[in-house]
Design a protein. Structure first.
Length: 196
């Protein structure tokens, strides 16, 4: 019985509900609004722009298909749209995370202060503005860590048989690793732990 209880406390839904409880703490919600607003505006604007551009892009893309392969347009059209949407969402979510990084660091700082009862020395908006160059440098370091590894995984797809079977699993694991680095790094950065 105790084992079931401890296991259920460490599943994804438990942490999701804990996150909602933390958002409702007094004074925390305002630090959640800015990163959330940046993500909504960036992704919303990108998808609205993309929606209007797809009407031009897809016919141009389909014009490169020879006449005898026109029957493939029923398959290529949805695949092209899915590929474009995935690339756009990934690019703009990365850009939004880059822009929102100082605000996410401030959120991590405020939450840590609230949960431990010990606020960090240079916490607050003034400390965040002072730390923006360091935060952006750190985000670039994470991007520099990510890009060569992502390129290596992308090249795996060009190995017939092996790439198509192993690469999706490796992409999933690598994406999970990068998400953990991205969001665990904010408290590390607040304590000036170097990214290596």
């Amino acid at each position: 019985m105790a084992l079931e209880n401890s296991v259920s406390n460490f599943n994804g839904m438990h942490y999701f509900s804990q996150g909602w409880k933390l958002v409702r703490l007094p004074g925390i919600r305002r630090f959640v609004v800015m990163p959330l607003l940046i993500n909504i505006v960036m992704l919303g604007g990108a998808f609205i722009w993309l929606f209007y551009r797809l009407g031009d892009w897809i016919p141009r893309l389909m014009a490169h298909i020879p006449d005898w392969l026109q029957w493939l347009s029923y398959l290529l059209w949805p695949l092209s749209v899915i590929a474009i949407v995935l690339v756009f969402s990934y690019f703009f979510s990365t850009l939004a995370n880059l822009i929102a990084a100082p605000f996410c660091g401030l959120l991590a700082e405020q939450l840590e202060g609230r949960l431990t009862g010990k606020p960090l020395p240079d916490s607050g908006w003034a400390g965040m503005i002072k730390d923006v160059p360091r935060i952006m440098k750190r985000e670039m370091q994470k991007l520099g860590y990510y890009l060569p590894r992502a390129l290596g995984l992308l090249l795996l797809y060009f190995i017939p048989g092996f790439g198509q079977t192993v690469a999706p699993v490796l992409w999933f694991l690598f994406s999970a690793w990068m998400l953990s680095i991205q969001y665990c790094d904010y408290p590390f950065d607040n304590h000036k732990v170097p990214f290596q």
